[in-house]
Design a protein around this ligand. Sequence first.
Ligand SMILES: Nc1ncnc2c1ncn2[C@@H]1O[C@H](COP(=O)(O)OP(=O)(O)OP(=O)(O)O)[C@@H](O)[C@H]1O
Ligand SMILES: [Mg+2]
Length: 160
Amino acid sequence: MKIVYPGSFDPITYGHLDVIRRCSMKFDEVVVAVLENNNKKTLFSLAERKSLIEESVEELENVKVDTFSGLLVDYVAQNQFDFVIRGLRSVSDFEYEFQMALVNHQLDAFTETLFMVTSSRHSYLSSSIVKEVASFDGNVDLMVPSHVSMALKNKFQKGE
Ligand SMILES: Nc1ncnc2c1ncn2[C@@H]1O[C@H](COP(=O)(O)OP(=O)(O)OP(=O)(O)O)[C@@H](O)[C@H]1O
Ligand SMILES: [Mg+2]
């Protein structure tokens, strides 16, 4: 089975990577799909987000990285994914994710969403919190791979 894991990944964290690794053990093919959303200002460009993920999943042979824009259901239909995977960290994630899954299912009844519950040691992690810590030059080594931590340092140094 072929699944898609969509998100902004601005930038990828160990929380995302945990979901990707666990999916790669259960499904034949995992496509991490980076959303190009012109309405959401991101720290990293689409190309940067994609390449940071590529470097993180190098050793996982059945994981590919792609980008998409527009409606997720259209991207799913074009690529014939069996499932959309989303991660759940908290009750607050649930409300939003539940709504998105219902909307997507209403837009296209063939789009089915599966939820993977976070590992407890990653439950506090989000791209936003990583960016906040990094912006104050805090240590993010337990939150993201070293190449991502370097990229964050470069971004925030340039911004100063
Ligand atoms: N630590 C984590 N454990 C499990 N799932 C996660 C974790 N972090 C993010 N996810 C899930 O990954 C998917 C993509 O998330 P997204 O790109 O919005 O990352 P994010 O960390 O939530 O970033 P942001 O803080 O910008 O919202 C979502 O389904 C989200 O719930
Ligand atoms: Mg999020």
